[in-house]
Design a binder for this molecule. Structure first.
Ligand code: ZN
Length: 252
């Protein structure tokens, strides 16, 4: 198959997205797929949406993209305020020009899932493509949940949403990328692969994360970016909470 870069959870972090695109350039991938949450938390939703529209073969609907259009039910204060901020920048008014309207339609019409042969792509989980979290602790705390999720896929499923990269297999087990030398060889059985987050990593590593998928292997990439710049923009943006800034430095 044609090698793909799979990115997710950009969260309006332009510096992280640009660094990741520069990193992707060295691999000669044929296409970039985005698993959603282009917006939310970060300061540059318009710019990130435009880049994703231009550069990605497709982008799926994440819970933050969905909340911008349909409302923030179940969101924390923080996340809700960021959705409001995003709406102020993106929602067309009576006099808005066509580019503003088509950008809004792009977010509104993002598909919930995508399938290519035996490979499924969703933002969150095969059962609930937009909202369900698949957590490493589910391996011990809720193995039945993982069994149900694995029943729903043919072979491979790529997800984002938790911002914690890694590989789930049906035993069930979870492996962090570092435990697989950052390169996981696709095994004969099923797997659910979390590609991590470009714009707000939460696994204790503050570098942007994404994967290159060749069909036979999944290579996890970590990319340094100028998070100090993103943090300064968040702190200067009316309506964005400082906690969204602090976690970029910590990567958690
Ligand atoms: Zn997210």
């Amino acid at each position: 198959m044609i090698p793909q870069a799979i990115i997710s959870d950009i969260h309006a972090n332009l510096e992280a997205l640009e660094a990741v695109l520069a990193d992707i350039a060295q691999f000669g991938v044929a296409e970039i797929l985005c698993l959603g949450d282009v917006v939310g938390y970060g300061p540059n939703p318009v710019e990130c949406t435009e880049i994703v529209r231009r550069r990605c073969k497709l982008s799926l609907c994440g819970n933050h993209d969905n909340a911008v259009i349909h409302g923030t039910y179940g969101f924390s204060h923080n996340a809700r305020d960021a959705v409001e901020y995003t709406r102020r920048l993106m929602q067309p008014g009576l006099l808005s020009l066509p580019p503003v309207r088509s950008r809004w339609r792009f977010i509104r019409d993002l598909p919930r899932s995508y399938k290519e042969g035996e490979v499924l792509y969703v933002h969150a989980s095969p059962r609930d493509p937009i909202n369900e979290y698949i957590l490493a602790q589910d391996v011990h705390a809720d193995p039945d949940k993982l069994r149900i999720l694995f029943d729903k896929i043919d072979k491979l499923c790529f997800v984002g949403h938790t911002h914690v990269p890694g590989i789930f297999t049906p035993e069930p087990s979870f492996k962090a990328p570092a435990d697989a030398d950052m390169c996981w060889e696709v095994a004969p059985g099923k797997a659910i692969v979390n590609v991590g987050s470009v714009g707000q990593p939460r696994d204790g590593d503050n570098r942007a994360c994404y994967v290159v998928f060749t069909g036979s292997e999944v290579r996890f990439r970590r990319v340094e970016y100028d998070f100090a710049r993103t943090i300064a923009k968040i702190q200067a943006a009316p309506g964005l909470a400082g906690t969204n800034a602090a976690r970029l430095e910590k990567g958690s």
